[in-house]
Design a protein around this ligand. Structure first.
Ligand code: GTP
Ligand code: MG
Length: 359
């Protein structure tokens, strides 16, 4: 009996941590990476990679049990189509990979709707491209999809989008009522945000005594959870949120907006950074996180930087990192902690008390 496998070649950049993240992303989405090919340029116009590399890929696919190529870059629909046709195998670009992982991990009504919406958005862009190419006569009958079929398909998708958006709005309204309720009660709220796998849920568990699932894979958490805690005798609401990742298309941030909106309405946002990575990685993850937070309209003044996983690195090195990253080093703005071991939690709590109650 043939076991259906998801054997894949991964094409990524020749930078260790970039390749590692891509591999981790692919494995979290259920692929088994048989070979990693690195290229300095993944945005060439026809195939993403150069022609020579595309040829090489075709040969590898032909002579092995590979059934997917994972392409660690966002591809235009035409590039994806060209490479798929050339190598005769499915191409999963970074956008698709993130979508697939979201699909696997979504476990609440709201996150399922959000993932569905993002998927439909992805499909619409590709169908439109097929129609455009078919009109130009470049790819007649692409995948047996005639012009009429494509139009019907598009209409169908659009009506599904409308239905899903309505459903999402209902979910959002429920959340809004919760939020208004909390605001009426006047409790300050703190959200935990940051790059995927930075340790947000570990910190949430430590602050609240909860036991939410924590894992070394990416995107373990796809839904928010809020809990009340006492901070110097005041009730405060803490929320754990979905992680960020680099090259997350804006429409995906929008699709997850209702989940991420907890951040917008928070009194404070804890931006968790995994400082056990090399400096360059921390810098990139910080910048990806700030881009999303900016997109969500979160003012910088609400952010408290939490440099997490200090149990894995030398504290002096972390201090140097803070300095080089230009993170405000004042007692009000950043804390170096280990959410796992509990190191320095008291200094983080002190900051939260100062920021929330000591005006
Ligand atoms: N050594 C060490 N590991 C940590 C620390 N905090 C978290 N981790 C580990 O980092 C991994 C990711 O932790 P999570 O808490 O799931 O991270 P997250 O930010 O919630 O990740 P997503 O929900 O996937 O975005 C897990 O293997 C944790 O055990 C820490 O302070 N020190
Ligand atoms: Mg988490």
């Amino acid at each position: 009996m043939k076991v259906t496998s998801k054997n894949a070649i991964l094409i990524t950049y020749p930078i260790y941590h970039v390749a590692e993240e891509a591999k981790s992303l692919a494995e979290s989405a259920g692929y088994s990476i048989k070979e990693i090919i690195t290229q300095r340029h993944l945005t060439r116009s026809k195939y993403g990679v150069g022609r020579g590399k595309a040829e090489e890929l075709r040969e590898i696919v032909k002579s092995s049990e590979i059934n997917f190529i994972i392409f660690d870059e966002v591809l235009k629909p035409t590039q994806q189509y060209n490479l798929a046709l050339h190598c005769k195998v499915d191409i999963i670009d970074r956008e698709k990979l993130i979508l697939q992982m979201f699909t696997l991990r979504s476990n609440t009504e709201e996150s399922k709707i959000q993932v569905n919406l993002a998927q439909l958005h992805y499909d619409v862009v590709r169908i439109k491209e097929k129609v455009r190419l078919a009109k130009k006569g470049e790819q007649p009958g692409f995948l047996g999809l005639g012009k009429y079929d494509a139009d019907v398909h598009l209409l169908d998708i659009k009506s599904r989008i409308t239905v899903l958006k309505r459903k999402l709005m209902k979910e959002e309204n429920k959340k809004l009522l919760h939020r208004i309720g909390r605001m009426r009660q006047g409790f300050p709220t703190i959200s935990i945000a940051g790059y995927t796998s930075a340790g947000k849920t570990t910190l949430f568990n430590r602050l609240t005594g909860e036991s939410r699932f924590v894992d070394s894979g990416l995107f373990t958490t796809l839904s928010t959870m809020s809990r009340a805690i006492k901070l110097s005798d005041n009730k405060v609401i803490i929320s754990d949120t979905v992680g960020f990742i680099s090259k997350l298309p804006a429409y995906m941030v929008d699709a997850f907006k209702s989940t991420l909106q907890d951040l917008t309405f928070s009194s404070l946002v804890l931006l968790v950074l995994d400082v056990s990575h090399p400096y360059e990685v921390i810098r990139k993850q910080l910048s990806s996180s700030l881009i999303v937070m900016n997109h969500l309209g979160i003012p910088l003044g609400k952010i408290v930087y939490v440099l997490n996983k200090v149990d894995l690195v030398d504290q002096d090195l972390v201090k140097k990192t803070i300095k080089n990253l230009d993170i405000p080093n004042s007692v009000h703005k950043s804390a170096m902690i280990s959410a796992k071991t509990g190191t320095n939690m008291e200094s983080l709590l002190k900051i939260l008390e100062l920021k929330l109650f000591d005006n």
